[in-house]
Design a protein. Structure first.
Length: 63
């Protein structure tokens, strides 16, 4: 009676061990997204922005 919704594929499931995911696969996929997102964290990107501010805007003009 305790159906949960998988955070990744949004299907209902009733398995234990991988909450809030339905399976290890979905848990892995979400972890992957999380790691990819956290590696673009602002802070290390500050240096890059200082180096090429006009570069990005000129690219925008061409579009
Ligand atoms: Zn799932």
């Amino acid at each position: 009676m305790s159906q949960k919704i998988c955070t990744n594929c949004e299907r209902s499931f009733d398995t234990k061990g991988f909450e809030p995911f339905c399976s290890k696969r979905c848990a892995d996929v979400d972890l992957h997204h999380w790691m990819q997102g956290s590696y673009v964290i602002p802070g290390s990107g500050l240096d890059v922005e200082e180096n090429a501010p006009s570069f990005t805007s000129s690219q925008d003009d061409e579009r």
